[in-house]
Design a protein. Structure first.
Length: 211
């Protein structure tokens, strides 16, 4: 049975069998049935590695965090997550270093302080996803946008239609001067432009060019 713990670029949770290449959490979102009853509980929304060498436990164990799954890292960033400071320490350190370079007035911020800033950028007051608009040409690689009813990843100079199982290249690319709705929080897009996109782990299908 598929559990409702697969995350899309809108940060919504769905019950699908695909698992993607990253895990993460937002706290304990499920009850004892178990079924998901909340979209988030904790301010840290983190992205974790799928490989884990510690003790194994059943998914959605009672009173434990809810395991969430992402197609890839651009998907998790679009949903408002950041790298886990424990299981992905090098990725978190890189993230924080670039954050400091982009926002020099925010030197030496703790993870909890960054989480508060990210939370304000990813959600509106009613817990809906906070989006923003700009021209496509102004966005960095790794950004996820919504266009014509699709979530679209900008990657390696190409545009990729997102799905839970992978990407397909758009046959009719969006023109650079078109204004689009951006799903990736604005601070993250600024980090992408400053070099964070260089080390993004994308799903393998985003590197297959259609003929």
């Amino acid at each position: 049975m598929s559990r409702r713990n697969q995350v899309d670029p809108h940060s919504a949770l769905y019950a699908v069998s695909a698992r993607g290449i990253f895990m993460g959490n937002r706290g304990c979102l499920h009850n004892n049935v178990p079924e998901v009853v909340s979209q988030w509980k904790n301010l840290p929304w983190i992205t974790c590695t799928l490989s884990y060498t510690g003790p194994k436990r059943k998914l959605m164990s009672p009173n434990h965090y809810t395991e969430l799954f992402f197609l890839d890292e651009p998907t998790s960033y679009a949903a408002g997550h950041r790298p886990c400071a424990q299981c992905r320490r090098p990725a978190y350190n890189r993230f924080k270093k670039i954050w400091t370079s982009v926002f020099p007035q925010q030197q030496d911020l703790s993870a909890s302080a960054i989480d508060k800033l990210l939370h304000a950028a990813r959600l509106n007051a009613d817990d809906s996803q906070r989006t923003w608009r700009t021209k496509l040409a102004d966005l960095a690689d790794g950004s996820m946008v919504e266009y014509a009813g699709n979530c679209v990843l900008l990657w390696c100079g190409k545009q990729w239609r997102w799905s839970f199982t992978g990407y397909t290249q758009l046959s009719l690319p969006i023109a650079g001067n078109v204004e689009v709705t951006v799903l990736t929080p604005e601070p993250i897009v600024r980090l992408f432009a400053a070099g964070l996109a260089d080390t993004l782990d994308t799903h393998p299908t985003a590197n297959i060019v259609s003929s």
